[in-house]
Design a protein around this ligand. Structure first.
Ligand code: MSP
Length: 509
């Protein structure tokens, strides 16, 4: 029976233009989703938009639009982006949908019933840009403005009646939970960060706002709207038809296997989210991975800083798959990274065109000329088996993925690409025209190497790899990680089709 895997991206605040940072979160999550689906898992991959709160209300006002109309328009740009990025998402959730509102109100009622929520008054700092409450010691003054030390965004003083969640009560349970679930927060540095934050002591958390109305109404108290983070985090349950805990989706996919998030929203996912869930007797997710930021210069790329790089523009010039490849290979996963067109061009020319593209083109055209475009016969020697088996260790590859070690995975592929090109050069099949079986075995081996490397590259560059597989009449459903173990996948005399151009080299003056 297929195992299940539930992976999520954060749901995005609908801002006018999605930027490279958003694209990065989504591409990374898609990479894991696609790997798991070709590894025999039934994958549920969720993304969407986070549409409530003061930030959105103010943006809508600025644009002279009703917030719902504003969200309908802008959410669509993010939905369109899922197509542009070729995401394999199962669902796209919007927090203004009825199914989500029901789910949030239900969670609220349970927290209330479990005596986790009480009415009081909030006086303190609030950042609209982060939609976060900050303590005095988390604030500093910059150029006469009060700003959050962690995000740099400006804060405003808020005093209003508010419902509170008894977060302080969960301090000990959270620390125990982290201790018993060592993998819950990744990478390790972020786990340490969260543990120290919790150890410094947790205050009860304000979970409703009264001074504006754009949000989900608190059940039985229409004057309050649910705090946008309690609202937003619940999307991970709503998509699975929560509160109907007996339905198939919820039963099959909760708890989530992996929440991919940026490091700026770690506290919400690694502290508040498990606390809400534990307080509602719901099992927390298995893992939260906080990746770094895509920088512009040495600052976080963000709309408020006006330094965004538009993924759609980059895709228009260079294509989607080279961008996916670049982000997965060049950004050290977990750390901050930047995108430079020079480095992107060098990835396209060296790794993609010269290394991978070249291997595919030369082997397939050699097979065309010397094997009549048919899969040839084979009888492996030790050299052939050695290189083929170096791509057979499925467990090692699965471990890289389960540890989210994207860079190790990419380096492994690049290393095997070099080795495969070297194999074809060193074996010199063009000099074996008098030894038909040896010539065909070298071609067969090289084709198997292309097939195996292509399987590994499928989660990185799905469109390109489908082109390669078209040459072998392999369709998407047949791509399978387990078949890396197989050295004799191709059947003798099967047709090899012409290969479409995979990458265009960038010629600069
Ligand atoms: N709406 C919240 C998430 C709620 S999840 C229950 C949010 N939205 S966001 O649009 O501001 O950010 C969405 C994701 O994009 C976050 O993971 C965030 O870290 C990521 N990024 C936003 N800017 C980024 C970069 N410059 N670089 C990399 N990722 C960044 O937060």
């Amino acid at each position: 029976m297929a195992k299940n895997y539930y992976i999520t991206t954060p749901i995005y605040y609908p801002s006018a233009k999605p930027h490279m940072g958003h694209a990065y979160s989504s591409i990374v999550a898609d990479f894991f989703a696609r790997f798991k689906s070709i590894d025999g898992f039934k994958v549920y991959f969720l993304t969407g938009t986070d549409e409530h709160g003061l930030k959105i209300q103010r943006s809508a006002e600025k644009n002279n639009k009703d917030p719902k109309v504003f969200c309908d328009e802008i959410s669509k740009t993010f939905k369109d982006l899922t197509k542009i990025l070729n995401l394999s998402n199962t669902d796209f959730i919007r927090t203004t949908e009825e199914r989500h509102i029901t789910s949030v109100q239900n969670l609220w009622n349970i927290l209330k019933k479990n005596k986790q929520i009480y009415l009081s008054k909030y006086s303190g700092w609030y950042s609209v840009s982060d939609e976060a409450f900050y303590n005095d010691d988390e604030i500093e003054e910059k150029e006469g403005l009060k700003v959050s030390k962690s995000s740099g965004s400006s804060v405003e003083w808020v005093e209003e009646e508010s419902f509170f969640f008894k977060l302080s009560k969960w301090e000990k349970s959270l620390l125990e939970f982290y201790e018993n679930n060592k993998d819950f927060i990744r990478p390790k540095s972020r786990r340490n960060e969260v543990i120290s934050f919790v150890k410094r002591g947790l205050k009860d958390l304000s979970v409703s706002r009264k001074s504006f109305s754009w949000g989900i109404k608190v059940p039985n108290d229409d004057n309050h709207v649910v705090y946008v983070w309690l609202d937003a985090l619940t999307n991970y349950l709503s998509s699975l038809n929560y509160p109907d805990e007996n339905n198939k989706l919820y039963k099959s996919f909760w708890p989530a296997d992996l929440h991919i998030i940026g490091k700026d929203i770690l506290r919400f996912h690694a502290v508040y989210w498990p606390a809400f869930l534990l307080a509602a007797n719901i099992t927390p997710p298995k893992k939260v991975y906080g990746h770094g930021w895509i920088l512009s210069g040495d600052e976080k790329m963000s709309k408020s800083k006006g330094n965004i790089l538009d993924p759609i523009e980059i895709i228009k010039v260079y294509g989607l798959d080279p961008l996916r490849y670049y982000l997965l290979k060049e950004v050290s996963f977990g750390n901050d990274g930047s995108i430079s067109e020079t480095k992107l061009e060098s990835c396209i020319n060296s790794d993609l065109a010269n290394n991978f593209g070249n291997l595919c083109q030369r082997v397939i055209s050699f097979a065309e000329k010397n094997c009549s475009s048919l899969i040839p016969d084979h009888s492996f020697n030790d050299d052939d088996l050695k290189i083929l088996n170096s791509l057979s260790n499925v467990d090692k590859i699965r471990t890289m993925i389960d540890n989210q070690d994207i860079n190790q995975y990419m380096n492994f592929i690049i290393d095997r690409l070099f080795a495969s090109n070297k194999y074809f050069n060193d074996q010199e099949p063009w000099k074996r025209k008098n030894d038909k079986l040896r010539l065909s075995t070298i071609v067969y081996t090289a084709l198997e190497l292309i097939r195996k490397i292509s399987i590994l590259l499928y989660p990185v560059m799905p469109q390109t790899i489908l082109k390669v597989f078209r040459a072998f009449n392999i369709d998407e459903k047949q791509i399978n990680i387990s078949s890396l173990k197989n050295n004799d996948f191709f059947k003798e005399k099967d047709k090899i089709n012409k290969l479409d151009i995979l990458f265009k080299k960038i010629e600069n003056d």
